[in-house]
Design a binder for this molecule. Structure first.
Ligand code: FES
Ligand code: FES
Length: 167
């Protein structure tokens, strides 16, 4: 076996690359067999996508995949190939926070903040489809995101405030 062959075998054993649009940039992302999208994102430096329950129950790992909110711990990383993925790191524009992020801050919709990226990403998806949701629709849409700190009221307030900002 040549040196080149040996190095090709070695890199195949370490993992693979997928090509996708990540936070509005064309990117190649290193992924490993069986790895979740969440773990691939975090391994590639995007640690705003949080590592919570690992079984789809907490929503801390929520990202947008082709505009839909998905729990990235449940998405095999390879399934993100040729898709558009947005993480919390991709929401700010020219150093300005996204209006949903501003609303969460101004309405005190966070305490420890661990759940916040997931709530923000779910809210961005909700408001892109339902710009003026009722409180009931907000509760329903966010029921897959868990928060241990806030008691939810201020989070729901933040979503309503974000809807007003995006009008
Ligand atoms: S870490 Fe994905 S839903 Fe909890
Ligand atoms: S702010 Fe701490 S878990 Fe939600």
């Amino acid at each position: 076996m040549s040196t080149d062959d040996a190095s090709a075998d070695s890199s195949a054993a370490l993992g693979d690359e997928i090509v996708l649009t990540l936070n509005d940039e064309d990117r190649a992302l290193s992924v490993e067999a069986g790895q979740s999208l969440r773990d691939a994102l975090r391994a590639n430096g995007l640690t705003g996508t949080k590592d919570g329950c690992e079984v789809g129950k907490c929503g801390a790992c929520t990202v947008l995949k082709d505009g839909q909110a998905v729990k990235s711990c449940l998405v095999p990383a390879h399934q993100a190939a040729e898709t558009s993925v947005t993480t919390i790191e991709g929401l700010a524009t020219d150093g300005e926070l996204h209006p949903v992020q501003d609303a969460f801050i101004d309405c005190f919709g966070l305490q420890c903040g661990y759940c916040t990226p997931g709530f923000v990403m779910t809210t961005v998806a909700l408001l892109s489809e339902t710009p003026d949701p009722s409180r009931e629709e907000i509760r329903d849409e966010l029921k897959g995101n868990l928060c241990r700190c806030t008691g939810y009221t201020k989070i729901f307030d933040a979503v309503e405030d974000a809807a007003d900002r995006l009008e």
